[in-house]
Design a protein around this ligand. Structure first.
Ligand code: BV8
Ligand code: ZN
Length: 253
């Protein structure tokens, strides 16, 4: 199957990759579902909604500070770096991520659409202005917005909240145009992110799923690769670069 995917990738003119928490699992970032998942310990409706923030902003900030500290200690893994390599091997490449951990940027991937925001950014919950300086938030004394006095919150998309229109529309357009679509390390449950693979397939793209288990997306996948992304993606890049190198070598001689 790897050789088939190498051939498909080599022909691709426009590739989109959708990632979820699974791509960061090998870096030590807990996923959401699964036995060790965040939602096993914490209730999303009590921590990742505006109602929760209004009801108890202290506990919400304690949770985001805990995740920030955890994410601050980890590095991108071989899966993140392989995606950066794939970006350099495809003429039109877009990475659409649900992750707020910033690890794809740390791995120097360029064309990234952060669908659900970024945990390191702060914004005002009233006027939505981004708060420039990367301030440490004390949950017992949450700073106020210098423009409107609103409470500062993490710049992530909470459940029931609309995604940034520019970002989600770019993700839709790129998915419609793609001839190759990967979903990597996502359970494919959260919308509208989970609807992107079907949009790509409907427009003729080859859809490849890489996940350590089956998901609701598996039945529409042309290829379901049951593997850890940090193990499989470097192998794909390896074969692609070997091919390219031997091709160049042939050209030389
Ligand atoms: C919205 C930021 C308008 C915050 C997050 C249509 C139908 C039904 C419901 C809805 C719908 N449209 C909207 C909704 C409501 C809701 C939704 O989708 N609910 C679900 C429960 C059905 N969507 C919303 O609220 C969205 N807003 O639509 O607004 C609206 C509003 C109301 C009603 C209608 C319309 C906003 C959603 C964004 C929420 N914010 N994150 C934060 O992080 O704190 S979501 C968060 O959870 C993540 O960002 C991510 O999106 C999701 C977790 O999913 P994954 O990343 O996939 O992680 P998971 O743990 O689930 O899976 C990991 C996978 O990796 C597993 O499959 C595992 O097997 C695999 N894996 C593990 N290790 C590896 C691996 N794979 C490969 N290699 C490995 N090593
Ligand atoms: Zn404000």
């Amino acid at each position: 199957m790897l050789n088939e995917i190498v051939e498909i990738f080599k022909k691709s003119k426009s590739c989109v990759i959708l990632t979820g928490a699974g791509i960061s699992a090998e870096s030590g970032v807990p996923t959401f579902r699964g036995k060790e998942g965040l939602w096993g310990k914490f209730k999303p409706e009590e921590l990742a909604t505006m109602d929760a923030f209004v009801a108890n902003s202290k506990i919400v900030w304690e949770w985001y500070n805990w995740r920030r500290d955890l994410m601050n200690k980890v590095e991108p893994n071989t899966g993140h770096y392989a995606i950066t390599d794939l970006e350099s091997l495809c003429p039109d490449f877009t990475l659409v991520t649900q992750n707020v951990d910033g690890l794809h940027s740390m791995a120097k991937t360029k064309n990234i659409l952060e669908l659900h925001g970024n945990i390191y950014r702060n914004k005002c919950c009233d006027c939505s202005r981004i708060i420039e300086d990367n301030i440490e938030i004390n949950p017992d004394n949450i700073p106020k917005c210098q423009y409107c006095g609103g409470k500062i919150r993490p710049d992530v998309v909470w459940f029931g909240e609309l995604l940034n229109p520019q970002i989600i529309n770019s993700a839709f357009v790129k998915s419609e145009k793609a001839d190759l679509f990967f979903s990597i390390g996502t359970s494919g449950i959260i919308h509208p992110a989970a609807s992107l693979p079907a949009i790509a397939k409907r427009n003729g793209a080859v859809f490849i799923e890489i996940n350590t288990e089956e998901t609701p997306l598996t039945y529409i996948a042309d290829y379901h690769i049951e593997s850890k992304s940090g193990e499989y993606l470097p192998k794909l890049v390896d074969l692609l670069t070997k091919e390219r190198h031997s091709f160049k070598t042939k050209l030389l001689y």
